[in-house]
Write a protein that binds this ligand. Structure first.
Ligand code: GDP
Length: 701
């Protein structure tokens, strides 16, 4: 009887043990060469199989998916598209690592859609016990429409069973796991109508990848189906999401990870960090330590920046010729830039900590830990990443919701993310806390100011979660999703990665938000230095006259202050602030704070800069810092400090809840494709802010 040859191709993600399986199958019967024309290594080997069969085994380069991004991946796609190639596999062995099944299965479902018999090889089975992993093989075989070989190439387990499966490859179903046309029904229907004899998924690969296809000219397909590059990218994303939805569904029943019976070191550490009590305690302590340090460590550099810019303003004022331009520089531009740079220490420290947590692998444990809680509120563990990124800025956070497959969970996450304390609130909090919360310690260690800051962060998170709970009940959107977490190994954070992240985030704040802040500072300066009508222009005469009538004793400096204050009151911005004063008075704010609150609806971080501008224009001594000026403000009606405990708390709460960010509204519109949701956000959050601030002020006053 002559030998029967079977062409076998080994395909899999890098590091799944493909080489080890190859070695197990072929032993020393290997040849190594290159693919024609390119430098990619081509490894071939053969192995004897039962019943007089023989396999030619081709070890293909490691690849994550069929969405080619490298020459290595192109090699795989071209081979699978070209049936005439003499290496075209009769059967594919798709190698996966039992610990990373979810990620590895993406490639599996793609290969299955090419209708090639594919055996799913689940490698590293020796680690299942120590990881507490169990698999329901019959269930997985049924739903993935394949045969599974559970092997350990390290311990030589399951290799003979694998060989038997190869011999019987003809009995393996070639039915796809997913229906390719479900990616975009209209598009794929058209494809099918034009090329009735071609496999849809092959056409799709030819369209999206820059690969050769012997039977069909790529241009021919593209000519009849022009889609823009971004359309194709969008379709590819859709494809990936559909595949993960499918994989999640299958793994939910086919894969169990019981961390309580796992025994290796990593698992032991996981057991503590994701423990149902200790996990939260540890997470809480870590958060607490982070916010304490942010406050303690930022104090010195922030004070330094604040006083430096006060000095620059004074220097500019003294040394430049008096005039509008000098005023613009010393009262508009310099305080404006100072108002941006002052946040750098806090933003940098926050991202230092966040990226250390991410790099070390701890953040994935937090996602896992939180998944159980989040589910109760209509969110998933995946919402934790946007919510935590929301501490930087709601804009990237809302964009990060794109990998939540379930639309309802995604919509809810988008809607509630702006409640988390973004870096733009931090400066507002920092300055108000510094003014109204005593710099004291409880029990000798707990800094009151740090504690307040932490409370505000927790308030942000809880509002987000509570709103999610409400939305989950109210919204009539259907959908389900499962979450399979794959936790990376713990590792020491790479200094370079952390540093790059901190620099990137700080830069994007300075140049992104900074531009708006500076522009608004200049507009404010203009509105504060000009006014309509007689009162503004004749301020000097009016005040001088008034003073002459009342008393002669006032010094010239005091006189100048009074003139400036009178001018501010009668400037454009003063008039605007005074107009809304009746509305905000019950919250404990005067018209100056009113101006800052209004301008904050463009972006919150403008608050401090606005007050800085207002007080620079309104006062004569530029040498004083913003904080001291705010501290000294007295309400002329009540005679009390403007920034007292009650108005401070009221302001903190107002900023915690109000939807004051034009860019966030824009991104919500973009991601939800309707103005309905951003408008709902604006109205709901801002009215909530008003009422909470009102209650707080009335209670503490
Ligand atoms: P490739 O990149 O897919 O070719 O993977 P390799 O064959 O180089 O293996 C990657 C890593 O996984 C190596 O450190 C192997 O020692 C390890 N490895 C491979 N197979 C097994 C296995 O069955 N069990 C265990 N525990 N480790 C394995």
């Amino acid at each position: 009887m002559s030998m029967q040859n079977i062409n076998v191709a080994l395909i899999g993600n890098p590091n799944t043990g493909k080489t080890s399986v190859f070695n197990q199958l072929t032993g020393l019967n290997q040849q190594v060469g290159n693919y024609p024309g390119i430098t990619v290594e081509k490894k071939m080997g053969f192995c004897k199989l039962p019943n007089n069969f023989k396999a030619n085994i081709l070890d293909l380069p490691g690849t994550y998916s069929l969405n080619a991004s490298s020459i290595d991946e192109n090699v795989v796609i071209e081979l699978l598209l070209n049936k005439n190639d003499k290496l075209y596999p009769d059967v594919v062995l798709l190698i996966t690592d039992v610990e990373n099944l979810k990620r590895n299965l993406l490639l599996f479902t793609q290969i299955k859609d090419l209708e090639i018999p594919t055996i799913l090889v689940i490698n590293m089975s020796d680690r299942m016990k120590s990881k507490g992993i169990s698999l329901d093989i019959p269930y997985l075989e049924e739903h993935l429409k394949t045969k599974i070989a559970l092997v350990s190439s390290r311990k030589s387990l399951g290799i003979n069973e694998l060989k038997n499966l190869i011999v019987n490859y003809k009995s393996i179903s070639t039915e796809p796991c997913l229906n390719a046309s479900s990616i975009d029904v209209e598009y794929f229907d058209k494809l099918r109508a034009t090329f009735p004899n071609q496999l849809l998924y092959k056409l799709w690969l030819v369209i999206t990848q820059d690969v050769n296809f012997l039977n069909l000219e790529r241009n021919e397909i593209l000519n009849s189906f022009t889609k823009s590059h971004s359309d194709l990218k969008r379709l590819q994303q859709k494809e990936t999401i559909k595949r993960y939805q499918f994989i999640n569904d299958v793994l939910k029943n086919g894969l169990k990870i019981d961390t309580t019976i796992a025994t290796d070191f990593r698992s032991k550490l996981d057991k503590v960090l994701t423990h149902k009590i200790w996990g939260y305690v540890i997470f809480f302590i870590i958060l607490f330590a982070i916010f304490q340090s942010i406050f303690e460590w930022s104090k010195v550099p922030m004070d330094f920046i604040d006083s430096s810019f006060a000095t620059f303003s004074a220097l500019a004022d003294e040394n430049l010729p008096a005039g509008v331009l000098t005023n613009l520089i010393s009262q508009g531009i310099i305080p404006g830039i100072g108002g941006i740079l002052i946040f750098i220490p806090q933003i940098a420290f926050l991202f230092l900590f966040i990226s250390i947590l991410e790099e070390s692998g701890y953040m994935s444990r937090v996602v896992f830990l939180m998944d159980k809680i989040m589910r109760k509120f209509g969110l998933s563990g995946k919402s934790v990443v946007p919510l935590i990124s929301g501490t930087a800025c709601a804009i990237p956070a809302i964009m990060a919701t794109r990998n939540i497959e379930n639309w309802k969970e995604r919509l809810i996450t988008i809607l509630v993310t702006p409640f988390t304390t973004c870096s733009a609130r931090l400066p507002v909090y920092a300055i108000i806390i510094g003014l109204v919360i005593p710099d004291e310690r409880i029990f000798g260690i707990l800094n009151m100011q740090g504690l307040t800051l932490m409370f505000l962060y927790l308030l942000g998170f809880s509002s987000a979660i509570f709103s999610a709970y409400l939305l989950n009940i109210i919204l009539k959107v259907k959908g389900k999703s499962y979450f399979v977490v794959e936790m990376p190994n713990y590792k020491l954070p790479l200094f370079k990665n952390v540093a790059i992240n901190v620099i990137e985030k700080t830069k994007s704040f300075v140049f992104g938000a900074g531009k708006i802040i500076l522009a608004i500072s200049i507009v404010l300066w203009f509105l504060a230095s000009n006014g309509p009508g007689q009162n503004f222009e004749n301020a000097e005469a009016i005040i001088t006259q008034k003073n002459n009538v009342t008393s002669q004793k006032n010094g010239s400096e005091n006189l100048e202050n009074q003139i400036n204050a009178y001018k501010l009151e009668n400037s454009y911005i003063g008039i605007l602030g005074k107009t809304i004063e009746p509305v905000i008075q019950p919250l404990g704010y005067d018209w100056k704070i009113g101006i800052a609150v209004i301008s904050s609806f463009a972006a919150r971080e403008v608050f401090v800069g606005t007050l800085a501008t207002i007080y620079s224009v309104g006062g004569s001594d530029n040498e004083n810092t913003i904080k001291n000026k705010m501290k000294a403000e007295i309400n002329p009606i009540t005679g009390e400090k403007v920034f007292n405990f009650a108005s401070g708390i009221s302001l903190l709460l107002f900023y915690a809840f109000a939807m004051q960010c034009a860019s966030t509204l824009a991104i919500t519109k973009k991601e939800t494709n309707t103005w309905k949701w951003p408008i709902a956000q604006l109205i709901f959050m801002s009215s909530l802010a008003y009422f909470v601030a009102l209650i707080a002020y009335q209670a503490f006053k």
